[in-house]
Each structure stands twice: as C-alpha cells, then as structure tokens.
Design a protein. Structure first.
Length: 227
C-alpha cells in the first residue's frame, strides 16, 4: 500500500507550527488573550415566531432551550409571538435590553412566504451584522437539504451589545444552527459584544468616590486650622 504522505514537507510543517506559536523574539503567543473576555455561561432568551404553534407544541423552541441548558447556560425567558413585523421587532428590542439576557435566539419567520418577516424586523435593530452566520448556516444546510437551502434567510447580528440569531422554524434547522454554530461561538461573541461596558460603568463611578475623599480632606484641615 502506498503512503500518500509527502515526507518532504514534514520539516516545513514543524517549522511553521513552531513559528506560528511564537513571535520574532521567541516568545509564545498567548492564544487565550483573544478569548480573555469569553463568557463561560450566558443568559439566553428564546423566541418562537409563529402564528400557528402553541407553547405546548414548540419543538424548535424546546430544542434551543434544552441545548443551551445542557451546555451549561441559562434560559432566562421564552416567548411565543405571532408572525408580525412589529411584534418581532418590539420583542427582540425589549429582550436585548434586559440585564439578564446575553443572547437572543429566534426560530421561525425566515422563509419567503408573505408573513415571514423576522429578518426584516430584526435588521432594523442591528448595530452590527454577522453575515458569516447566515453564510455558514446555508453552507452546512446544503449538505443536508441540498439547494432548497436558498429559501432560508437565517441572519444574525448585535443589538444593544447583545448577539441575536434568527433561525428557521424547523427542528432540524434549529439543531444545525444551535449545535454547529451558535453554541461553539456564543461565549466568545457575548464577551466581545459587551467588552468594555463594565469597565466604563466602573470608571463612571470612580470620580464620585474621589470627590468624596477630596471633600473630606479640606474639612479636616479647616477644623484643625483654627485650633
């Protein structure tokens, strides 16, 4: 049996691997720096967009919630809303402003029927778009459903420093999007989206404390002066 490995490249690969992990000074790059702000656990809001389903019959929403919880995250809220532009936009806007919500995942309303308005409603809120999510979702989906994946308009982006993912309403599509894309990246995206916000909040509080200390100082001097 022939060996398809090209041994002549082994040295090159070893050198490349060695150099990839170190800079010109010989110091090893700390890969963890890029993930320093990653969130270990996130609070997720799950929204089912459907005018025909009920809370008792929501396999797609059930899957999202179960997958997040099994991955060590918390589902802080679940909502079922109709296929309505204002309902979708208002719900996503409200949920992204909640302090206990780090990520919002919607299911349904991403197709091409007249009442599929989730992408349009959410795009109006996006401060940043994540086009790679839809691109990767459709590429992976093609392997399962073929060219019919072009009818899926799954989108994602950031609203109020909160990642939002809009998935189709089928359980298989949700499984693909959640397991293969969202869960592997959600901690990193949540950390990046909110990076610096806590530091800014703390820095805004510091001057008040410093002023308080400054005011106390002269008061003590004035009391001791006349004596």
């Amino acid at each position: 049996m022939s060996d398809h490995r090209d041994d002549s490249h082994d040295g090159d690969h070893s050198a490349h691997d060695h150099q990839h992990g170190r800079n010109e000074d010989g110091h090893q790059h700390d890969h963890d720096d890029h993930h320093h702000h990653d969130a270990d656990s996130v609070g997720a809001a799950v929204v089912t967009v459907s005018s025909s389903r009920s809370a008792d019959e929501d396999p797609a929403g059930d899957y999202v919630a179960a997958a997040f919880e099994e991955a060590g995250h918390e589902v802080v809220v679940r909502e079922l809303i109709p296929d309505d532009y204002d309902s979708v936009q208002g719900t996503v806007d409200r949920l992204t402003r909640r302090k206990d919500t780090d990520v919002v995942v919607t299911t349904g309303g991403t197709g091409v029927t007249p009442d599929d308005v989730t992408p349009e409603a959410v795009r109006g809120l996006l401060a940043k778009r994540l086009p790679g999510f839809g691109e990767l979702f459709r590429r992976l989906s093609y392997e399962e459903v073929g060219t019919s994946t072009i009818g899926s308009r799954a989108v994602a982006g950031v609203v109020s420093a909160t990642p939002v993912f809009c998935l189709p309403g089928s359980k298989n599509a949700v499984r693909l999007g959640v397991d293969e894309i969202i869960l592997p990246e959600v901690g990193h995206l949540v950390g990046l989206s909110g990076r610096g916000l806590n530091d800014e909040a703390e820095s805004e509080e510091e001057p008040a404390d410093e002023e308080g200390e400054t005011e106390e100082g002269p008061a003590d001097d004035e009391e001791s002066g006349p004596a």
